[in-house]
Design a protein around this ligand. Sequence first.
Ligand code: RTP
Ligand code: MG
Length: 140
Amino acid sequence: MALERTFSMIKPDATRRNLTGAITRMLEEAGLRVIASRRVWMSRREAEGFYAVHKERPFFGELVDSMSSGPTIVQVLEGENAIARNREVMGATNPANAAEDTIRKVHALSIGENSVHGSDAPETAAQEIKYWFSDTEIVG
Ligand code: RTP
Ligand code: MG
């Protein structure tokens, strides 16, 4: 199978607890390679744009507050089956339901502070990579 790319974020709840390295290591150990990375403190407007798909959901306000509450690491990951592989190592959205040894099981605090984001399909991966990175910032 060909190499695939996906978009990942280490969320503010995790950067606040100094978990950037620990989480990146779990991604790398899962066979994913970081081919672009930047630390950003996103504005409310950037968070609203990024999560626009959820704008009608009851948790949207909380989600935007939390994503703009501190620094985030935005990353492009590359690997075989990268989208599914990343979702697997992330674990379920609610850490209470996450499998053992997943990032959310090990590090997440709650459904709202669940430490990582990962694209869920090829179309969203392409959109989300483009939202944060120009082509020249991605070095595969
Ligand atoms: P993500 O997009 O962040 O990778 O997470 P996901 O696919 O596992 O979950 P999704 O359904 O896309 O939801 C996006 C983020 O919104 C927050 N959320 N809060 N309070 C709630 O019921 C609730 N539901 C979702 C989570 O932080 C989730 O990661
Ligand atoms: Mg999602």
